[in-house]
Design a binder for this molecule. Structure first.
Ligand SMILES: Cc1cc2nc3c(=O)[nH]c(=O)nc-3n(C[C@H](O)[C@H](O)[C@H](O)COP(=O)(O)OP(=O)(O)OC[C@H]3O[C@@H](n4cnc5c(N)ncnc54)[C@H](O)[C@@H]3O)c2cc1C
Ligand code: SF4
Length: 445
């Protein structure tokens, strides 16, 4: 597995630099080290936040990183990509009267210390001889694989892409997370004893039957698919938002940015695509959304950030056609919408206004309208819920011994990296208990 590939096809760098030592110590000393800390409760992986901050305050960065990793194996990614305003920092008791502690930046400070020095903080227990296959090396798969390896199980991760890391490597804008961070974490998981085989695809060169012969349990952490179809004329001239972000991070071919860019969608991915276009030189970037800013799924702080970047928003606009003249994309024709009664999603439906049409000039159109449901569900004949893989409370799918975690099961609530990491951790606990029970029965037999 190659883990030293350099980041940054386009020169986009992390928005925030590392905290200097003086600033980190000052920030750590501001923490009240609350008993039963609300920040820890608000973290989906329940990191002992006052615990790791206390260690930073005494300059024990190795101990601090260990505290973080005990709860969250992808602490360096989460330090960068978590919506901390909505989670730990949003719950910090200093928030309402003062400024919340910069928990994300302190976490990054401790994690960067160990990755910059290539320190392997955690070590596996004695081998159990039990074998588990994990499909997909995104945050859910790596977290689960690492937690199982720590308990001594022999884990192989099969990943269809060239590099491990899932969306942390390919999908999260470099302004938030450079590729190196995702790869350093995958390397740390590999050093726990996990074998990561890239270029291996379940449903391609691997079959479930084969895996079940060699492994006692199989975990699917396959994430979701590409952007769905818009279903409008001229769609073949519309770029996929996920590929757009990917090309800005890891492409080896030149990445072209339009002069006038229109991004369709109103979630965080749309804002990421618009930001990439803007930062890489587009003169005008417009986000087009069929409802209003009140129904947008992007986080409020992301919306504010986008406006500060000079990104324009065109609300109540439904794309109708990507207009192409003499083979050249010239713009997006849209229907003017208004809000009607709530639809099945509970949000007001966007209803076209008769005769209301307009045109937005564009030489590049990007769609960022979510991701397709996991295709592997139908390939394997798995039961689904709203298109996502259905699992019981122990993450087991409709096929016994096959489990699923991460975005591919997230039919409710917001999909996020930290939720995927927590799924991996919880599933590892379930699998460990089952593997140990099997070990006990084998010994007694
Ligand atoms: C553009 C974008 C930006 C985002 N930004 C943020 C953010 O800032 N903060 C945040 O918290 N969350 C963010 N998210 C969400 C977050 O990235 C996901 O919730 C998280 O990556 C889910 O992890 P996962 O392991 O379930 O899936 P993924 O990260 O999608 O990983 C799945 C892996 O499985 C592999 N795979 C798929 N099928 C197969 C197969 N058949 N065989 C072998 N391998 C397979 C894939 O190649 C991939 O590597 C973002 C998502 C997107 C799309
Ligand atoms: S809530 Fe704020 S002050 Fe209290 S422990 Fe957490 S970070 Fe420190």
């Amino acid at each position: 597995m190659e883990v030293n590939r350099s980041d940054n096809a386009t020169g986009l760098n992390e928005t925030y630099g590392p905290l200097p030592q003086v600033a980190a110590l000052r920030e750590a000393h501001r923490c009240l080290f609350c008993y039963d800390a609300p920040c820890t409760h608000a973290c989906p992986t329940h990191i002992d936040i006052p615990g790791f901050i206390k260690k930073i305050s005494t300059d024990n960065l190795l101990g601090s990183a260990q505290t973080i990793l005990e709860s969250n194996l992808l602490g360096a990614t989460c330090a960068r990509v978590c919506p901390v305003q909505e989670l730990c920092e949003g719950a910090c008791v200093l928030g309402p009267s003062n400024k919340p502690i910069s928990i994300g930046r302190l976490q990054r400070y401790a994690m960067d210390y160990v990755y910059e020095r290539d320190i392997q903080v955690l070590h596996p227990e004695a081998p159990t001889g039990r074998r588990v296959a994990v499909i997909g090396s995104g945050p859910a798969g790596l977290s689960c694989a690492g937690e199982l390896a720590r308990r001594g199980h022999a884990v192989t991760v099969f990943e269809k892409r060239e590099l491990p890391g899932g969306l942390s490597t390919y999908g999260i804008i470099s302004l938030r997370e450079p590729v190196e961070i995702a790869l350093a974490e995958a390397k740390m998981i590999a050093q726990l004893g996990v074998t990561i085989e890239t270029g291996r695809e379940l449903g391609g060169d691997l079959s479930l039957a084969e895996l079940q012969k060699s492994f006692e349990m199989v975990i699917l952490s396959v994430g979701l698919g590409r952007s769905p179809q818009l279903g409008i004329p001229g769609e073949e001239h519309v770029l996929d938002g996920l590929e757009y972000v990917e090309n800005s991070k890891v492409t080896s071919t030149p990445f072209e940015i339009g002069r006038q860019v229109v991004v369709i969608g109103a979630g965080n991915t749309a804002i990421d695509c618009a930001t990439i276009a803007r930062r890489l030189g587009a003169e005008r970037v417009t986000i087009v959304y069929r409802r209003t800013d009140k129904e947008m799924t992007a986080y409020p702080h992301e919306y504010e950030f986008a406006k500060q970047e000079g990104i324009e928003f065109r609300f109540l606009a439904q794309p109708a056609e990507a207009v192409v003249e003499e083979g050249e994309l010239t713009g997006l024709r849209c229907h003017q919408m208004e809000l009607g009664a709530p639809d099945a999603s509970g949000r007001p439906a966007a209803v076209p206004i008769e005769g209301g049409e307009f045109f937005i000039p564009a030489d590049q159109i990007v769609k960022a309208i979510g991701q397709q449901k996991p295709a592997i569900a139908s390939v394997l004949g798995l039961a689904t819920e709203k298109g996502y893989i259905a699992v019981d409370y122990e993450f087991e799918t409709s096929i016994p011994g096959v489990f699923a975690i991460g975005d591919c099961i997230r039919h409710r609530g917001e999909a996020s990296t930290v939720m995927a990491v927590q799924d991996g951790k919880m599933a590892a606990q379930v699998l460990h208990a089952r593997l140990m029970a099997a070990e006990l029965s084998a010994r007694e037999a």
